[in-house]
Design a protein around this ligand. Sequence first.
Ligand code: DOR
Length: 430
Amino acid sequence: MSRILVRGGRVLDPASERDGPADVLVEDGCIAQVAAGIAAEDALIVDASGCWVTPGFIDLHTHLREPGQEYKEDIATGGRAAVAGGFTAVACMANTDPVNDDPATTDFILDRARHDSPARVYPVAAATRRLEGQELTEMSALVDAGAVAFSDDGRTIMDGGVMRNVLEYSRLVEVPIISHAEDRGLVAGGVVNEGAVSTRLGLPGNPAVAEEVLVARDLLLAEFTRAHLHVAHVSTRGAVELIRRARERGVHVTAEVAPHHLTLTDEAALGYDTNTRVAPPLRSAADRDACRAGLVDGTLDAIATDHAPHAQHEKELDFASAPPGMIGLETALAVVLDLVRSGELSPIELVRRLSTNPARILSRPGGTLEVGAPADVTVVDPEKRWLYDPAKGYSKARNSPWTGQTLSGRAVATLVGGRLVYDAMRGILV
Ligand code: DOR
């Protein structure tokens, strides 16, 4: 296999606490050497001067829409959007059509991913059949087929007894349960955060307590069952606080937060832009600030995009009729660099939350540039300014609230398993 030398960058490797100038030599798909001034005449050179060289980002929360909704996205386009955004692996949610609730569907996703996706794809299987919240899926067969976690994401398991059983069984197969925590009765058809903004817009509100009630329940059940609970897309101050307290008690909980909940508030919805409709909704400034503080102090372990592609005709409806969700794989890095620019996170701590912690949560390889690790590497130009036009991106979808904005920071090269799969000058290379 060819050799690649990523030369002249600032290496940021949270796993080894390395932060400084070095070259990275990749051989036979793995990291072969990290040192200053590596000579490798025969290697393909990736010029990383002025850039960060990091372990590949791992997205815990992507909707790839295949099988069944390929008009929104598919494994090929989602995988291309991932590597263009610096993600070398994505965990894909089970709310496809059919639902990923049986080993044949998991097999299909992995097979498609092997052929079509430049990014690694980790299927998250449904916790309950057809996401109906009642009958458990065959977890051990699904794990044998390649499922890395279970989730009914998009829907909440409303029955506490079912959630208890899901958590109990997850211990046997040793994978996390990812909770989409929104109490359906309390959401009550709300489409924006309940508060002044929902009143001004005249739209039904979805209160913060709808999330907090379910986060509290799931934390108690995780404590009771001693299972690994992973809380998806945390969006409220109260949820952050509940997770912080549970951690202190020793509950096995991890949590993620989405770029939009770290940077936007419900005020973004004031123009009725349906691209700001998302579940859980954009919240108040106090909630956003609490999510940022939770990410900084480690209560929230990871940043996950919740990349949720929808077609134009679906979003071109009135606010309440448009489906929730926004795309995020290609913008996530630029958006969350805001926390570095503000001084809240150092570059290496940001990389920990985009790469090292997600790898640990899913017990997957990656998240490190140590010698011998698979060469999943992202080269980031943190200063690069670019105009975001989703029509020029790799996702099929365009539902982004950042459309038309000038963003700062971009992945300029991405390696997966030692192959250069993306380079900003030439695009996707596989
Ligand atoms: O906004 C969202 N969109 N939240 C979810 O939980 C589901 C997702 C989707 O599948 O579109």
